[in-house]
Design a protein around this ligand. Structure first.
Ligand code: BGC
Length: 614
């Protein structure tokens, strides 16, 4: 009760300053400097509010702000208030409700609990929306970042992020754990598709666009906080092992991996997530030199440094907080331990009070920037825009622009819409789950059709003016068709489940024998064959490219499968360029790999940037 008036007073003083300031502006001053000045005043006002709130917080209130929990785990009714929680995460696990209204209601309830506390500090609600609001069945799902990297179109990436932000807000969240700005060094890594490209310049450009699209004017109720992740070296581990050892030198780290983070900070990214990998023998979560000295001090990152999943129990809560982590994903039942132990560490001087204050300042700063103190609840009118036609149109454009044409023998493409008989082959052709990859509806993706999505086959059928037959497993052998479109590729995976060589799977860098046979079945029948590869990374398909008449890398296109048909039938030409060098043989990828990997001895089949048009 005592506090709120003091915040209000600060607010009124600020308003006074702003009014005074705007009266004094010289007419001749250009609009840009006016805006800059206004932004500066706004920022200063936020800093003052943060400082006055921090000044009256107890250590328990501060540690509470540093805790992020699942909405169904570690907390029961009343615990958000009792444990003074700062943020709630939704990822794999129980859904917040049946539909978007129920999701919002769930979070409104939790927000009310937070607002009922002594200081009434609102919650941040975070979600892994990495290619659209992919935790919500029925949202618009964009191509994964690898496809957006192929598009080379930052305006499109910005639009996609803006739409994602709206659909995320519509389901009750104000924070996304995206974009992933990794630089994948090895196709064996299971998260290659979450990253835009192997090039740091392209990744930096796309990171900027994504952050702009998500955050825009942050206090607008249709925008969300973005998170660049995973800092740093996640994709550059030896042999592409998720959370493994990154053994590159400091110079390379600086010149290459750091570039997208510099761009993110310049773009004002609200949060950065630490990575599971180890660098210089130190787990990145505990790497003080890179988190505090490089990111916070040298690059002047002023947002929230977030741990990854249970980072504190993996790497030690005291060490990671001392290294500069500001908020922990306190998940899976050890919230109480985290809160108590951090308090003990502060009491004993192991963790400095100033470190806690730095963390809490950063969290409060973002909450003010988001306008949560004035406007803590989601906009209920937004639920109707989830999966809207105009959102799907942008996603379809993204699908079209992400496709990379690797071969087009005898100008088989574009196909004539009047082609009398086309056979489409492969389970990937008629399954929106398979065409979307991991982080779609579920963490590990789905192998079922999901709400609102259009499959590749549905798109082809809609556009064709002839007969379209479907031979799911290449058993019907339609020899009388004029052309076969064969859709093959990977099944969905996420994180280490996608690492090639991980004990949890038997993934390989080539097509399965079954999928190779789909292609041979139709080439043996003498048909012209167009292969569409659905995959989260370049696969070694040298023989299949040789075998086919046309070959398209379609990555993981998401919910708008019709975008593929639109390019096949010539409504739009191909635009995509390879975001990764395309490997020639499996043996080439046996080593550690890296940007200097492609040498005269090991040349890619297609270089970075390759992509044909018809
Ligand atoms: C992943 C992150 C993700 C987090 C929350 C972790 O396992 O590495 O990318 O944001 O889980 O779901």
């Amino acid at each position: 009760m005592f506090v709120k008036p003091s915040i209000l007073t600060a607010g009124l003083m600020l308003l006074g300053i702003c009014v005074l300031f705007s009266c004094q502006v010289n007419d001749s001053e250009d609009h840009k400097s006016l805006t800059n000045n206004f932004e500066l005043k706004k920022a200063l006002a936020i800093e003052r509010k943060v400082d006055s709130l921090l000044a009256i917080m107890t250590i328990e209130e501060k540690i509470g702000q540093m805790s992020q929990v699942r909405h169904f785990y570690d907390i029961e009714q009343g615990d958000v208030a009792k444990k003074l929680i700062g943020s709630v995460i939704h990822t794999q696990g129980l859904l917040p409700g049946e539909d978007a209204i129920e999701w919002q209601q769930k979070f409104i309830g939790l927000q009310k609990e937070a607002l009922s506390t002594r200081l009434g500090i609102p919650l941040l609600f975070g979600v892994d929306a990495v290619h659209g609001q992919n935790t919500y069945n029925g949202a618009t799902i964009f191509p994964h970042n690898i496809g957006l990297g192929a598009s080379r179109n930052p305006e499109l990436v910005e639009k996609a992020a803006e739409i994602t932000a709206k659909e995320v807000q519509a389901t009750g969240f104000n924070w996304v754990f995206s974009p992933c700005i990794a630089l994948p060094y090895n196709e064996k890594w299971g998260r290659v598709y979450e990253a835009f490209a192997e090039s740091s310049e392209l990744t930096a450009q796309m990171a900027r666009a994504s952050i702009r699209g998500h955050q825009g004017n942050l206090s607008d109720k249709k925008r969300v906080l973005a998170t660049s992740k995973h800092y740093i070296g996640d994709g550059a581990t030896d042999y592409g092992v998720e959370g493994g050892l990154t053994s590159i030198g400091a110079q390379e780290l600086n010149d290459s991996l750091l570039l997208p983070y510099k761009a993110s900070v310049e773009e004002g990214v609200g949060a950065i997530m630490a990575s599971f990998n180890t660098y210089e023998g130190i787990p990145m979560h505990a790497h003080k030199a890179l988190i505090t000295d490089t990111l916070k001090k040298s690059l002047k990152f002023d947002g929230i440094m977030l741990s990854d999943w249970k980072g504190y129990s993996r790497f030690g809560e005291r060490d990671i907080i001392n290294a500069g982590i500001d908020m922990v994903m306190a998940v899976d039942g050890d919230l109480d331990f985290f809160q108590e132990d951090l308090k003990n560490a502060v009491d004993s001087g192991f963790v400095a009070q100033s470190r806690i204050d730095d963390a809490v300042k950063r969290i409060l700063r973002q909450k003010y920037r988001l306008g949560l103190f004035e406007n803590p609840f989601p906009d209920t009118t937004l639920v109707n825009i989830i999966g809207a036609g105009e959102h799907r149109e942008v996603a379809r454009q993204a699908v079209r622009e992400s496709l990379v044409l690797l071969k087009n023998e005898d100008d088989i493409l574009p196909l004539d819409k009047k082609t009398a008989k086309i056979v489409v082959v492969g389970e990937h052709a008629d399954n929106s789950g398979l065409q979307s990859g991991g982080w779609t509806v579920n963490w590990q993706g789905t192998q079922e059709n999901y709400q609102g999505a259009t499959t590749i086959l549905q798109g082809i059928k809609k556009l064709s003016q002839g007969d379209v037959l479907y031979d799911k497993n290449a058993t019907e052998k339609h020899a009388n068709a004029e052309v076969a479109i064969i859709v093959v590729g990977e099944t969905p995976y996420a994180e280490f489940f996608g690492d090639i060589g991980h004990e949890s799977n038997n993934l390989q860098l080539t097509l399965t024998q079954k999928h190779q046979d789909y292609i041979s079945t139709y080439t043996d029948l003498g048909l012209k064959v167009i292969v569409i590869l659905i995959s989260g990374r370049p696969l070694v398909t040298t023989a299949q490219i040789e075998q086919s008449n046309a070959f398209i890398a379609a990555w993981l296109p998401g919910s708008e499968g019709q975008g593929i048909g639109e390019v096949l039938f010539g409504d739009f030409n191909f635009k995509g360029k390879l975001p990764h060098s395309w490997p020639k043989s499996v043996e080439d990828l046996n080593g550690k790999y890296g940007p200097n990997f492609w040498t005269d001895d090991i040349a890619p089949l297609f270089p970075f940037g390759f992509g044909l048009q018809y």
